[in-house]
Design a protein around this ligand. Structure first.
Ligand SMILES: *Cc1c(COP(=O)(O)O)cnc(C)c1O
Length: 337
C-alpha cells in the first residue's frame, strides 16, 4: 500500500507520524478500559488538523498541473479553508475561498475571529455568500472568472474531500497500523467526527485495502445518517478504484451515527460543550466546537451506554479545529464563566 501511495505526487506540509497517546484520565472518567487519541490536531501546518493530510496530495496534484491559485470553499469558521490558505502560502500559490454563512445570529467574533482572522493572515481572498448557496457551482463560477483573467486555478472541493484528498487518510491507516503494533494495541476501534466524508472514506478504504478488521465509527456533524453513509461509501469506492483495489467493499463497513448533530451544522449542543470542557480539564487537550466536540460527545455517549466492547482499544482521531474556539466563545458563555 505504501508503494502505491508513492505513485501520487505529494507536497510535504505536515510532520509525520502524529502521536498516538493514551488518555488515561478521560478513560477513567468515562469508565473505558482502553482509550487513546491520534493527534492529527498536531500535523504541524498552521495549528494542524485533518486537512493537512488531504492537502499533501491535492497540492501535489495542483503543482503538477501547473496551477498558480488554490480555490476552495467552506463554512465561515472553516478549518479546511485555513489549512488550504496556509498550504498555498507554503507552496507559493495564491488562494481564494468562498465562505458560506451557515450560522446566523452569531456575534461578530464568529465572522472575523478564529479561522477567518487566520485566513486573512495568509492573504487568502475571501468571498462571503449566504447559507444555502450551491457552493460547488459558486466555486466553478469563480474558477471560470479567474481563468478568463489568465490565472490557473486549481479547484479543491469542500473539505478537500475527493478521492485524491482521501488518500491522506489511507496513509493515516498505515501510520496507525505501525503505531498500534509497536504499542500493543490489538483491537483498534476508530472514532471521529465525519463531515464532508473524505476522512472516513480514506480510513474505510485504508482498512479495507490492508484487510484489517478495525471498526470505524463516524460521528456525524451535519447530514442525516443515510445521506452521510452513502456519501462516505461512494467516496470510499472511488478511493479504492484510485488505488487499483477491486475487492468489493461491503456496504456495512461504513457506519455513521447522526445522533449528536443537534440543531444543525456548526450549532452548539450541550454535549459538545461538556465534551470540549471535559477533555480540556482532564487531558489538557483542545477540541473544537464544530467537529471534534460533537465527535467526542458521541464517543462519551457510546462509552456511557457500554457500546464499545470491553477489549476494544478505542482510538479517538483528533481531526483538529481548535482555532474555531475563538469564533465560538459565546457558546461556552455560562459554562466558561
Ligand atoms: C473537516 C473537519 C472534519 C471532518 O472531516 P471530513 O473529511 O470533512 O469528514 C473533522 N474535524 C475537523 C476539525 C475538521 O476541520
Amino acid at each position: 500500500m505504501a508503494k502505491i501511495l508513492e505513485d501520487f505526487p505529494r507536497f510535504r506540509l505536515g510532520q509525520w507520524p502524529t502521536p498516538l497517546e493514551p488518555m488515561n484520565r478521560l478513560a477513567r472518567h468515562l469508565g473505558m478500559p482502553r482509550l487513546f487519541i491520534k493527534r492529527d490536531d498536531c500535523t504541524g501546518l498552521a495549528f494542524g488538523g485533518n486537512k493537512t493530510r488531504k492537502l499533501e496530495f491535492l497540492v501535489g496534484d495542483a503543482l503538477k498541473a501547473g496551477a498558480d491559485t488554490l480555490l476552495t470553499h467552506g463554512a465561515v469558521q472553516s478549518n479546511h479553508v485555513r489549512q488550504t490558505a496556509a498550504a498555498a502560502a507554503h507552496a507559493g500559490l495564491r488562494c481564494e475561498a468562498i465562505l458560506e454563512e451557515r450560522v446566523t445570529d452569531a456575534p461578530s467574533a464568529y465572522h472575523d475571529s478564529g479561522n477567518v482572522f487566520l485566513d486573512q493572515l495568509f492573504d487568502c481572498k475571501l468571498h462571503r455568500v449566504p447559507g444555502g448557496t450551491v457552493m460547488d457551482d459558486a466555486l466553478e463560477a469563480l474558477a471560470a472568472k479567474l481563468r478568463s483573467q489568465g490565472a490557473k486555478p486549481y479547484v479543491i472541493p469542500g473539505g478537500g474531500s475527493n478521492a485524491l484528498g482521501s488518500l491522506g487518510y489511507v496513509d493515516c491507516i498505515l501510520e496507525l497500523q505501525r503505531q498500534c503494533e509497536s504499542m500493543g494495541l490489538r483491537k483498534p476501534h476508530l472514532v471521529h467526527g465525519t463531515g464532508s466524508a473524505g476522512t472516513q472514506a480514506g480510513l474505510v478504504a485504508g482498512v479495507h485495502a490492508l484487510g484489517l478488521d478495525w471498526p470505524i465509527t463516524g460521528i456525524g456533524v451535519r447530514a442525516p445518517k443515510a445521506t452521510q453513509e452513502q456519501r462516505v461509501y461512494d467516496l470510499a469506492l472511488k478511493v479504492l478504484q484510485t488505488l487499483g483495489i477491486d475487492r468489493p467493499l461491503p456496504r456495512e463497513k461504513v457506519f455513521a451515527d447522526d445522533n449528536y448533530v443537534g440543531p444543525g451544522y456548526g450549532l452548539p449542543t450541550p454535549g459538545m460543550v461538556e465534551a470540549v470542557q471535559t477533555i480540556a480539564r482532564l487531558e489538557g487537550i483542545l477540541a473544537d466546537p464544530v467537529y471534534t466536540g460533537k465527535g467526542l460527545a458521541g464517543m462519551f455517549a457510546w462509552a456511557r451506554a457500554g457500546k464499545f466492547p470491553a477489549d476494544a482499544d478505542v482510538i479517538f482521531i483528533h481531526t483538529g479545529g481548535a482555532p474555531g474556539l475563538f469564533g465560538y466563545q459565546w457558546a461556552f458563555g455560562k459554562a466558561a464563566a
